[in-house]
Design a protein around this ligand. Structure first.
Ligand SMILES: *[C@@H]1O[C@H](CO)[C@@H](O)[C@H](O)[C@H]1NC(C)=O
Ligand SMILES: *[C@@H]1O[C@H](CO)[C@@H](O)[C@H](O)[C@H]1NC(C)=O
Ligand SMILES: *[C@@H]1O[C@H](CO)[C@@H](O)[C@H](O)[C@H]1NC(C)=O
Length: 446
């Protein structure tokens, strides 16, 4: 039976009244904190005596995969304007009605996404004048949602154990669509966010299966700094055009990104030194690198040391990927590539580009906030949502360039070819976006 047939009973439950997203506005003590935050932003830059005062708040909240989205209707009192310049909008002193939308992220600061104020009774408020309400979705969206979910199940060949589970996944899918829409609205690049093969996972599941929140806190080996590049960076470079990059691989439900990042780098270094492109073994690192934590996470700097101590890497074919830790079966006579040392690279993106063009693909780690729902284009997440201090995913930079005026890094990921642009992520270059420059390193083959 096609998985989406399980949805038929759910479809009827989404018809009028049944979906729980059309909750009426309510007064609720949990709305106080986001309302105070919205007022704080609203009053920013004013003298304390000229600040507007919150009078009442109603609203609703939507629990999303990455936090809570509040839609608030606030009545506030604007003090008389003296001096008039102390008021944000001198014409609107007295009682105002405002609509605020506050996003409360688990790991980031609160963000005011929308602010619209007017005199009571005025018709310009977007949510009450027939515009699309940002939340909740309309009745028509529910049918559209089911269609999207069916497409998702077909595209990624997904199925669930039973109807209850299918319904639960549909709920998560809906929340994720909303989150992707918010990311889309806030993106400063050209990226498209939306349905991906991870659209049915909660934020917690996604983090647990695919990311390494510990990545930046693990004790790592201190690497010596690399000598700087000899010349300036060319305008663009891509190691895929020079045969130094293997096919995109798939780490599966295992936090082994660090191993993929490092084998990708060693594959490039070996190719540039010896002229042969070998697909090298991540499973060897998952099983045998005792400095790291297999599917529980690791650090590239540790993995280089492990490769040196073990005596090299076997090929993917000889020591193939299983996606969970097994007994170490590495044998030194099967090693087909070795490294002699490793280096830490510059935090300056221009210098990184120059080093990359001269020396090969670079292992990096970044904040993967923009990646769960990334589809294509140059991603440039709203900075407060993609903090450079929250590094949780290791990947491989293989090139850089400009796309319609947007400078980008071309980043090889390890989530299969059915994610992103054929497995690649394009991230804005030159603004330390998502901490892209925070942990760059490379193996050295003498
Ligand atoms: C789809 O998934 C089913 C069960 O999960 C599996 O048996 C089948 O081979 C998959 N088909 C494709 C095309 O991946
Ligand atoms: C449905 O599947 C979920 C996930 O596999 C399982 O936890 C749950 O017990 C199942 N429910 C029923 C009624 O079989
Ligand atoms: C690099 O490492 C390999 C393997 O461990 C070793 O055979 C080779 O001599 C080393 N090269 C240098 C220059 O030390």
């Amino acid at each position: 039976m096609a998985a989406w047939l399980l949805l038929l009973p759910i479809l009827s439950s989404l018809l009028p009244g049944g979906d729980g997203w059309h909750l009426p506005l309510a007064s609720d003590p949990t709305l106080e904190a986001p309302a105070q935050f919205a007022m704080e932003v609203y009053n920013r830059g004013r003298h304390p005596g000229a600040a507007a005062v919150l009078q009442s708040v109603q609203g609703r909240s939507l629990k999303m995969a990455h936090g809570v989205l509040y839609s608030l209707e606030v009545t506030l009192h604007e003090p008389p304007c003296s001096p008039p310049t102390a008021c944000k909008d001198p014409q609107s002193s007295g009682t105002l009605h405002c609509r605020f939308e506050v996003l409360d992220q688990m790991w980031a600061k609160q963000t005011l996404l929308k602010q619209d104020c007017g005199q009571p009774g005025a018709q310009h408020l977007p949510w009450s004048s027939g515009d699309q309400p940002p939340v909740p979705p309309s009745q028509g969206d529910s049918v559209q949602l089911i269609t999207l979910f069916k497409d998702f199940l077909t595209t990624y060949n997904k199925s669930y154990a039973n109807a209850t589970e299918t319904q639960r996944r549909l709920g998560i899918f809906a929340q994720n669509l909303e989150l992707a829409r918010q990311m889309q609205e806030l993106d400063q690049g050209s990226a498209e966010y939306g349905v991906t093969k991870f659209s049915d996972l909660t934020e917690e599941e996604f983090r647990t299966f695919y990311l390494n929140p510990l990545l930046s806190s693990l004790p790592g080996q201190a690497l010596r700094p690399a000598p700087p590049a000899k010349g300036p960076a060319p305008a663009a470079w891509d190691w895929r055009d020079h045969g130094a990059v293997t096919e995109v691989k798939n780490q599966g439900m295992c936090g082994s990104c660090w191993a993929f990042s490092v084998t990708g780098n060693v594959e490039g270094q070996w190719f540039l030194r010896h002229g042969t492109l070998l697909a090298l073994s991540e499973q060897e690192l998952v099983d045998c690198d005792t400095l790291d934590h297999a599917c529980g996470g690791g650090l590239p700097s540790n993995a280089y040391t492990a490769i040196e101590r073990l005596g090299g890497l076997e090929t993917e074919k000889d020591y193939s990927y299983e996606g969970h830790k097994e007994r170490c079966t590495f044998s030194p006579d099967k090693a087909r590539a070795y490294i002699n040392s490793s280096v830490d690279l510059s935090r300056d993106e221009e210098e990184l580009a120059a080093w990359l063009a001269e020396n090969g693909p670079i292992s990096i780690a970044l904040n993967a906030f923009g990646m769960q729902f990334y589809r294509r284009g140059v991603s440039h997440p709203f900075r407060p949502l993609c903090s450079p201090w929250f590094i949780d995913h290791a990947v491989l930079i293989v090139g850089y360039g400009n796309r319609l005026g947007l400078p980008f890094w071309a980043i090889k990921n390890s989530w299969g070819q059915d994610w992103g642009e054929e497995g690649y992520y394009y991230l804005y270059r030159g603004a330390r976006a998502c901490g892209v420059n925070a942990m760059a390193s490379s193996a050295i083959v003498d």
